[in-house]
Design a protein around this ligand. Structure first.
Ligand SMILES: Cc1cc2nc3c(=O)[nH]c(=O)nc-3n(C[C@H](O)[C@H](O)[C@H](O)COP(=O)(O)O)c2cc1C
Length: 195
């Protein structure tokens, strides 16, 4: 396992999680989920996410269960969905609280529209010691998804000297199912009681 890289992500409906799972697999590195205590499921949760993102409001985040200290990783790869044209409040919360501890950082954003949201990378950089080293803007289910993901992976491998593993058939099959479902409305990862 490559102990120089860690992938940290927040995912509300699983799309960012899948992208980060593929990236962590290819780089053979740790994958860590982060969340806050805000209820973000359902229609009310959706609204909360949008408002929190627009107001740049953040809450305390969960403990990061990692093998090493944040500053010990050569590269921290952060994955977030786009909310209202911004990074998710959860990843903003992580950056606000612990961004200064990170050495080199790479960003993975996922979104639904065809916009690339590159300005979000600069917004996220304000919490870091120095600007990020690599980034990718992914639209799950789009034709360019695999191309841009793989280009990002090559950049991360170059930055860290890591060897890349192919994304497995199992993960690719999951990606195809995701692509097929991408035209349907968003479905929550786990069914939740009405709010
Ligand atoms: C509150 C909210 C706001 C969103 N705003 C945008 C947006 O401005 N642009 C966009 O392309 N997608 C937007 N999305 C869609 C998500 O960014 C997209 O579906 C993402 O891939 C979901 O990732 P996840 O499954 O990891 O949560 C929004 C989603 C939510 C919940």
């Amino acid at each position: 396992m490559n102990n120089d890289i860690v992938c940290i992500y927040y995912s509300r409906t699983g799309k960012t999680e899948r992208a980060m799972r593929e990236i962590a697999h290819a780089l053979d590195c740790e994958l860590v989920e982060v969340h806050d205590r805000v209820r973000r499921s359902g229609a009310l949760g959706w609204l909360r996410c949008g408002l929190d993102a627009m107001r740049r409001r953040t809450k305390a985040i969960s403990r990061l269960e990692m093998k090493r200290q944040l500053w010990e990783y050569k590269l921290v790869i952060l994955g977030t969905p786009i909310w209202a044209g911004r990074c998710s409040s959860v990843i903003r919360g992580l950056l606000k609280r612990r961004g200064y501890e990170m050495a080199d950082v790479a960003y993975v954003i996922t979104h639904r529209s065809e916009e690339s949201y590159r300005e979000v990378f600069d917004q996220m950089d304000q919490y870091l010691k120095h600007p990020h080293a690599a980034d990718v803007s992914l639209r799950p289910g789009s034709t360019g998804y695999v191309f841009w993901r793989d280009q990002f992976l090559r950049t991360c491998a170059e930055l860290t000297g890591a060897e890349l593993r192919p994304v497995t058939e199992e993960l690719a099959a999951e990606a195809n199912r995701e692509a097929a479902a991408s035209e349907r409305p968003e479905v929550e990862k786990t069914p939740k009681k009405p709010e």
